[in-house]
Design a protein around this ligand. Structure first.
Ligand SMILES: N[C@@H](CCC(=O)N[C@@H](CS)C(=O)NCC(=O)O)C(=O)O
Length: 216
């Protein structure tokens, strides 16, 4: 039997969150590393959105949203109960979903402008950073109460948000390290130092149409 196929891009934060959940769940997939400037025709056929990550299931079904790929993987196997906040009732679930939605929405938009401030000359980078910081402050507050966003162990929201905070911190690491976001910095460093994170950041050369991708 062949494995499901994952179209992925190493540095894409959406693809990173999908790979984190897939690897953690122990689900085997065939990984096809995509060059975003030269997307393979089979990816474009599978999903008109033309974004990564995209998961192609054995039954032919396509999942082309990273959060849905995470939920699919966790539905296969969730050994440390990453979905515990999801199953802890309405409030916890809504809080987690809201935190993730704000990450993917306003935070991601401010993050991109902060990262590529030269393309948005209306304001200096620090202006965009200040916009992104309203979200980081929210995380900081939660991470001062608990080691992870929703308790003493990492879960779905931590892993969904981690790749984006990593980018935020990396834009100006010295500034981030000397900022007041100490609990967020500790959370970030802890998660980045895990074997799981290292495993999903392995480098692969771009997949070529008609060949078999790497076993992931
Ligand atoms: N909502 C999508 C967003 C995925 C997304 O925007 N991925 C970026 C890469 S990080 C992409 O593929 N962009 C298309 C392009 O650059 O051509 C998801 O969560 O999967």
């Amino acid at each position: 039997m062949t494995n499901p196929v994952l179209y992925s891009f190493r540095r894409c934060p959406y693809a990173i969150r999908a790979r984190l959940a897939i690897r953690y769940s122990g689900t085997r997939v065939e990984l096809r590393e995509v060059a975003l400037r030269n997307k393979p025709p089979s990816l474009l056929r599978a999903s008109a959105k033309a974004t990564v990550p995209v998961l192609l299931q054995n039954n032919g079904k396509v999942i082309d949203e990273s959060l849905d790929i995470m939920l699919w993987a966790l539905g296969q196997h969730d050994p440390a109960d990453w979905l515990r906040a999801e199953s802890a009732g309405h409030n916890a679930r809504n809080n987690a979903r809201n935190l993730i939605a704000t990450c993917d929405g306003p935070f991601k938009q401010a993050l991109d402008r902060y990262k590529y401030a030269d393309r948005h000359p209306q304001h200096p980078a620090t202006w965009y950073r200040a916009q992104a910081e309203s979200y980081v402050r929210r995380l900081e507050w939660q991470l001062q109460q608990n080691q992870y966003l929703f308790g003493s162990k990492p879960g779905y929201a931590d892993m969904a948000i981690l790749p984006f905070i990593r980018q935020f911190a990396m834009v100006d690491r010295d500034w981030f390290d000397s900022s007041a976001y100490t609990a967020t910095g500790r959370w970030l460093d802890q998660l980045l130092a895990t074997p799981l994170f290292a495993a999903v950041m392995q480098k692969y050369s771009p997949w070529e149409e008609g060949t078999i991708g790497v076993a992931f």
